[in-house]
Design a protein around this ligand. Sequence first.
Ligand SMILES: *Cc1c(COP(=O)(O)O)cnc(C)c1O
Length: 404
Amino acid sequence: MSTNENQDAVVQRERQFLLQTYSRYPLVIARGKGVFLFDLDGKRYLDFVAGLGVNALGHAHPRIVKTIREQCARAIHLSNLYYNEYQGLLAEKLCQLSGLQRAFFSNSGTEAIEGSIKLARLAGHRAGGEAKSRLVALQGSYHGRTFGSMSLTGQDKYRKGFEPLLEEVTFVARNDAEALRAAVSDNTCAIVLEPIFGEGGIYECSMEFLQECRRLADQHRAALIFDEIQCGLGRTGTIFAFQTFGVTPDIVAIAKPIAAGLPLGAFLAKEEFASAIAVGQHGTTFGGGPLACRIALEYLAILDEERLLENVARVGAYLQQELKLLTERYAAAQEGRGRGLIQGLQLDLPARPIVEQALSEGVLFNSTQDTVVRFLPPFLLQEKHVDKGIRVLKKYLGKKRRKG
Ligand SMILES: *Cc1c(COP(=O)(O)O)cnc(C)c1O
């Protein structure tokens, strides 16, 4: 069979047998190496998507491959009935890095959010009785697809058709401190937010807003929960995004890159919240297994030993500057947003056709919120890769701005 027939067969089979929930790009990826992916033909693609922010170490990192091989031959899964060698080590490491005190491991981002709000409810009820159960979240946010996370997600398109959701959620606009003050009360058990909106279009919370969240959470004894599933674990140039913003949450949810592509999520909590939960009140079959935890330890070691955070900061600053130049030169490019290797380019036209055209040029971008090109590349990205991406974008951005 020709490769086209191979690709068509993959597409047709999925169309017949999969629940039709995804709008995929017309590309079957066979493998990857570093910042590149290869399709069935062996055609190469520069990867600015990193599996939606998961593949921070790129593809087939030799240390990850080697460690997975080793650990698979020892134990992949053991269950939480028993201790394994790596779950405690990973919890310790994450606590040291975050300054928080305890961890719980899940299998995904949305589960990390579910666990976080379950913990906040327990702590809330302990501090203020049954009525202390209300949640405050942000309009335009994204927290995942399960019912709790969906209830906190401030976008109708993710909620519609699934009601009733959790009804105790009040949404306020990002960076609207006054609306926040009006929404938070003694019945609030948690304020939940992404310091940088990911799926929502790469919008940052201001430091002042985050400080006001911190102040109100303290005043009302509510948990301040940061969803760093997309922006955390190095993407902003610090291990936790909250370290970039200088405001420490009570609970932080992480996932995407933590186990270099294996499914793993976690939330970390301060002791005063963590102590609200008792044996038997939360759990998971898969979460925190020896393979995923060992790989997460390897991920964190590689970040450190390969000095990848420095690379994120340097190449991120270069990308930021190049996106700014695009906004100055091309009429369709409105604004560059974000920092490090979580950035977005706001267009005044649909982004998906540009993403599809870039595909034929051998560059993978992702679009979000219809008009934003989102950049979540591997942390191994270099300036020359940015140059290539920008060159391709320029071809499809259309008219130049008139020189003023
Ligand atoms: C991806 C994401 C989630 C959900 O994670 P899943 O692993 O897909 O369940 C939640 N919050 C943010 C900010 C995300 O980017």
